[in-house]
Ligand binder design. Structure first.
Ligand code: SF4
Ligand code: SF4
Length: 273
């Protein structure tokens, strides 16, 4: 059996929640032990879609991200578990909590850096995404969430076949990549944006074709022109500090220290005087 990876293309996830529903349908009320006992109806999302609203009205974008256990190759949950083989890694790379061996000590919940493990109070078990290993062992080639995704945003592939996709991907929390070695890869993770609308207060009109130049810490500059609504959007930016200059007909407006570390920036309506 080849080792598998998940590859998730966020540019084609439309936020339909089908993956989250499919996971619930597969695992709620169904006992697939020792792969997993039933998932509680509420409170647990072994596949979870998050919506992040970026910017402020009217410069707003919604970013969707399906996430689950990253099936790490150097899994912190496995190291933290005191019971032999209660958490184990399969040949296909999936990390499983054996529902017959878990004692409910919760060590793995504290250890997982992705908060991927839930605690089932009724059955006294740590539980999480299993990659639908019970299906893979019975002829399925992919988990329910992947099978259900209508846009093919989710893929479950042989690692060897996914090399090009992986090269074009990032992991969630890249600072953990070498430490825990996650096996879920994201394509087209949204960067930060800086946006605004430029207008002439004397003419009371937006300014079309003004030159906007954004410069980052190391002096790299991006340039674009305001569109027919006077808008400029610098997208897919790294987190960092930027300076912005807006120029039109000899008039200049400058901003310094624009900080995208925490959030996207909508600079609003900007008068060029
Ligand atoms: Fe996105 Fe596919 Fe999940 Fe729908 S099913 S939310 S398109 S990943
Ligand atoms: Fe374990 Fe968390 Fe990694 Fe999943 S994401 S394998 S639960 S450490």
């Amino acid at each position: 059996m080849g080792k598998k990876v998940f590859v998730i293309d966020l540019s084609i996830c439309n936020g339909c929640y089908t993956c989250q529903f499919a996971c619930k349908d597969e695992h709620c009320g169904n006992d697939w032990s020792p792969i997993a006992k039933s998932q509680p109806e509420i409170g647990q999302f072994w596949m979870k879609l998050t919506e992040e609203v970026c910017g402020t009205v009217p410069k707003v974008k919604v970013a969707y991200r399906p996430h689950m256990c990253m099936h790490c190759d150097n899994a912190a949950c496995m190291s933290a578990c005191p019971v032999d083989d209660a958490i184990y890694k399969r040949e296909d790379g999936l990390v499983i909590i054996n529902s017959d061996k878990c004692t409910g000590c919760r060590n793995c919940l504290d250890a997982c850096p992705y908060d991927a493990i839930y605690f089932n109070e009724d059955s006294n078990l740590a539980q999480k995404c299993t990659g639908c290993a019970h299906l893979l062992d019975n002829g399925w080639t992919e988990p329910r969430c992947v099978d259900a995704c209508p846009t093919l945003a989710l893929k479950f592939m042989d690692e060897a076949d996914a090399k090009d996709l992986i090269a074009d991907s990032q992991v969630w929390k890249p600072e953990l990549k070498d430490k825990v070695k996650p096996r879920v890869y994201y394509q087209n993770l949204p960067g930060k944006f800086i946006a605004g609308t430029l207008y002439d207060p004397e003419e009371e009109e937006v300014i079309i074709g003004a030159v906007a130049t954004l410069t980052n810490n190391d002096g790299t500059a991006l340039t674009l022109e305001t569109d027919s609504y006077g808008d400029f959007w610098f997208e897919k930016l790294e987190q960092g500090i930027f300076d912005l200059t807006l120029k039109s007909n000899g008039k200049v407006k400058s901003f310094t220290g624009l900080d995208t570390t925490e959030k996207d920036l909508n600079l609003g309506d900007i008068p060029l005087v």
